[in-house]
Design a protein around this ligand. Structure first.
Ligand SMILES: C[S@@+](CC[C@H](N)C(=O)[O-])C[C@H]1O[C@@H](n2cnc3c(N)ncnc32)[C@H](O)[C@@H]1O
Length: 219
């Protein structure tokens, strides 16, 4: 398993991450310190997460997260969930079970005493037990956040199914997806994403090669 993870890292390296350890940011009026580790992809900060965090900070009038219920899928090290919490949202950060301890560590140390709501952490493997663990309509989110979640080696259908579970007709949920284009799978997923939802390209950051989309369900 560890060997497989290393092979994957060899073919898909983040371009923004520097030295592993602690990365620091100043976003939403606070110093944010993120602990990274070498274990998995979810232990690194990715360009999409940074771009969407900064976008949320810079567009608070357009996307007001104050008192909103926010779900992040594939939260990784938690930067984006931390920023959403600092902006006043009640956040549930989710990822694969193995990622959750580092995610919880980062969320707690960056939000304690600074936020209206304490962020929650939950395991969510895409397309697995969604109706059991996050039943609709009992679990409703105003916003679903997803940054750099498209993988070149699978999970694309599961990812789309998960987005559709939370952002469905009548839910009034807005999905915000940031993605750095790397592989053919990014184009393939973008096509499926655009045909599944009403989408608006909110921002295109040429330097980072990141696009940020807003999507709502097709009624
Ligand atoms: C490239 S990382 C991006 C992390 C973070 N969003 C960021 O921008 O820094 C992708 C994330 O998706 C998670 N992930 C991958 N496959 C998943 C799956 N099948 N179900 C749930 N999460 C998954 C990984 O654990 C990882 O945290």
């Amino acid at each position: 398993m560890a060997g497989e993870a290393l092979d994957r890292r060899n073919i898909w390296e983040p371009s923004v991450c520097c030295a592993l350890g602690n990365e620091s940011f100043y976003i939403a009026g606070h110093d944010i310190s993120i602990r990274e580790s070498v274990d998995t992809f979810g232990a690194l900060i990715w360009p999409g997460g940074i771009a969407l965090s900064q976008f949320l900070e810079n567009n608070q009038q357009q996307l007001n997260l104050m008192d909103k219920a926010v779900l992040e899928i594939g939260a990784g090290t938690g930067l984006l969930s931390i920023v959403a919490s600092l902006l006043g949202a009640l956040v549930t950060a989710t990822d694969l079970p193995d990622i959750l301890s580092n995610l919880t560590f980062n969320l707690l140390r960056n939000t304690r005493g600074r936020c209206r709501y304490t962020p929650q952490v939950s395991a969510l493997t895409w397309a697995q037990h969604l109706q059991r663990d996050f039943p609709y309509p009992a679990f409703h989110y105003d916003y679903v956040l997803a940054a750099d979640v498209v993988y070149p080696h699978g999970s694309i259908n599961e990812l789309l199914e998960t987005m559709q579970h939370f952002c469905r007709p009548g839910s009034r949920t807005t999905l915000l997806w940031a993605n750095k284009i790397r592989f053919q799978s990014d184009f393939k997923f973008t096509e499926s994403f655009e045909s599944s939802f009403n989408t608006v390209l909110l921002a295109e950051l040429p330097q980072q090669e990141v696009r940020i989309y807003k999507a709502t369900a097709k009624e």
